[in-house]
Design a binder for this molecule. Structure first.
Ligand SMILES: NC(=O)c1ccc[n+]([C@@H]2O[C@H](COP(=O)([O-])OP(=O)(O)OC[C@H]3O[C@@H](n4cnc5c(N)ncnc54)[C@H](OP(=O)(O)O)[C@@H]3O)[C@@H](O)[C@H]2O)c1
Length: 245
């Protein structure tokens, strides 16, 4: 099978996905660009033979199935699913977390990625394919005090990757995750509400002494889509500048 032919990106409107979207859209692959509320971030891409945008609130298993089905109906199959969608409902200390915070963060960051993967894998069974999910480097280290539900959900992604990889190997479906560390995006400024001083202090804790870029994240995802990673499955690859070592 040829990898990189029919690729669905769930959360293509994310900041971290910007370089990946640009690269895939210029690659000749058929690319499905999913977004929920942020259509503006994809405005430079127009629907055509090779690119199709899909709007969907991934709030239920049905919506995940519809997204995968809409993409495969358009593309005539699916070779790769890249899940970038993720969210923190409220960046509050764990002592303030509510039931609604937990339900939201577990749903967006763990449950919906599962249903996207479940449907995509069901379409890949006869052809093989690639599933690439997104964790976070902090998930293996207890998460953060003000993003504990999110970190716990992402730790679940790392378990899911291993379990799915083991069971789907017989169908040549390779399942991996990328765990970004501190990649410079609006997630940190707007969602987590960190100041420039806080971000500078955070970068100093990283052995490479800086934040990563969406381009560096993209390069790792593209490697996991490529022929060069054909013997890699069940892995979580940190793109973190050595953070947490
Ligand atoms: N930035 C970092 O340093 C960092 C570090 C570790 C992990 N990550 C992970 O990388 C991924 C992207 O992060 P980012 O920093 O680029 O954040 P972002 O810009 O806020 O992107 C979040 C993405 O998730 C989508 N999304 C959120 N809720 C959704 C829902 N209910 N239904 C459908 N889509 C939904 C958003 O769609 P719309 O915007 O269109 O609504 C957007 O595409 C996330 O999984 C995040 O956990 C990022």
């Amino acid at each position: 099978m040829k990898y990189g032919q029919k690729i669905l990106i769930a959360g293509a409107s994310s900041d971290i996905g910007s370089a990946l979207v640009k690269s895939l859209c210029g690659s000749g692959a058929m690319v499905g660009l999913h977004y929920n509320t942020n259509a503006a971030s994809l405005s430079e891409y127009q629907d055509g033979d090779r690119i199709r945008k899909f709007q969907k609130d991934l709030a239920s298993s049905e919506s995940c199935f519809e997204l995968v089905d809409d993409f495969t109906a358009w593309a005539g199959g699916i070779d790769g699913l890249i899940q970038l969608s993720g969210d923190v409902r409220r960046p509050v200390h764990w002592e303030e977390l509510t039931d609604a915070d937990w339900q939201h963060d577990l749903s967006v960051n763990l449950v919906m990625p599962f249903f996207l993967s479940q449907r995509a894998i069901s379409q890949m069974k006869n052809t093989g394919g690639r599933i690439i999910l997104t964790s976070t480097a902090s998930a293996g280290h207890g998460g953060g005090a003000s993003s504990l539900a999110y970190g716990t959900a992402k730790a679940g992604i790392e378990c899911m990757v291993k379990g799915l990889a083991r069971d789907c190997a017989k169908n040549n479906v390779l399942v991996n995750a990328v765990a970004p560390g501190f990649i410079f995006t609006k997630f940190h400024t707007e969602k987590m509400k960190r100041t420039k001083e806080q971000l500078d202090e955070r970068a100093k804790l990283i052995p490479l002494n800086r934040a990563g870029t969406p381009e560096e994240f993209a390069d790792t995802v593209l490697f996991l889509l490529s022929k060069g990673s054909s013997y890699i499955t069940g892995q979580v690859i940190a793109v973190s500048g050595g953070d947490w070592l």
